[in-house]
Design a protein around this ligand. Structure first.
Ligand code: GLY
Length: 260
């Protein structure tokens, strides 16, 4: 009801909000299922799960994603097979029928409903922050995979994954996803990365007068790779604690649902 008021009464999106489409409600958790596709063959990546809401306990407004982990316990091999057979294969077959030779990454945004996996959205790109947890688990050289994608020979290569977990905490500008200030000096990225299991991905940053400053809503993604989700959480937040910029905002509960 609030969203309808924001769109239709407050005109948050101007005249675009004069008409709205109300779709079937999908219960259950969401998961991101990305695949490499070369037009004929597809190879699924390890599934991931985003935290879309701005604040802890999945409260507050929707964002591009405040944190993520991979793999996803609820996306079992059985669920993955259902997604491949009932969603990915028919989608690629339909594209082919329409004369679309789809190559690259197919991102399937899923709701794992009580009636089985359903599509929330498709994106023809990598997910953000999903990629910050999926690629660190990739054992095979990404360039080799992308070459195979471009040359239509994905069926001739093996794609292997580390048997580990990865988790990313997004550090955002104060106020995001609403209005926020830019140009805040960022410190501590090097210290955070002094732990070899931590990678700090830059999103909304730029260099000004020799200093790294904020330049967007989602500023950094701090990813940790470990043997357990618990250790990922510890390492990622230890990295986050070392990084500072004015107004930095991040969720404190990324991955906590895994431990519950
Ligand atoms: N994290 C959601 C997306 O990349 O669309």
């Amino acid at each position: 009801m609030q969203a309808v008021d924001t769109i239709m009464t407050d005109k948050a999106f101007g005249a675009s909000g004069d008409k709205i489409v109300i779709e079937e409600f999908l219960d259950g958790p969401e998961a991101s299922f990305m695949c490499f596709v070369d037009g004929e063959t597809f190879i699924p990546m390890v599934p991931s799960q985003d935290h879309k809401r701005a604040y802890d306990n999945d409260e507050g407004p929707n964002t591009g994603g405040m944190g993520c982990y991979s793999p996803v316990p609820v996306v079992t091999d059985e669920v993955s097979k259902v997604v491949q057979d009932s969603i990915v294969k028919p989608t690629l077959a339909a594209l082919k029928k329409m004369g679309i030779y789809y190559t690259g990454v197919l991102y399937v945004g899923l709701a794992l409903t009580s009636k089985g996996p359903k599509v929330v959205e498709f994106n023809s790109r990598f997910g953000d922050p999903e990629t910050q947890v999926v690629l660190p688990l990739l054992q095979t050289d990404l360039v080799e995979i992308m070459l195979a994608v471009a040359q239509g020979r994905l069926d001739s290569i093996d794609v292997n994954w580390y048997d580990k977990k990865a988790l990313c905490v997004v550090m955002a500008s104060g106020g995001y996803p609403g209005s926020y200030e830019k140009g805040k000096v960022i410190t501590g990225v090097g210290e955070a990365e002094s732990n070899e299991d931590v990678i700090v991905f830059h999103a909304g940053t730029e260099i000004k007068d020799g200093k790294t400053v904020t330049s967007g809503g989602r500023v950094l993604g701090v990813t940790a790779v470990a043997d357990s989700y618990e250790n990922c959480i510890k390492k990622a937040y230890a990295g986050v604690d070392k990084i500072h910029f004015d107004g930095a905002h991040f969720r404190q509960d990324i991955g906590k649902r895994l431990l519950a």
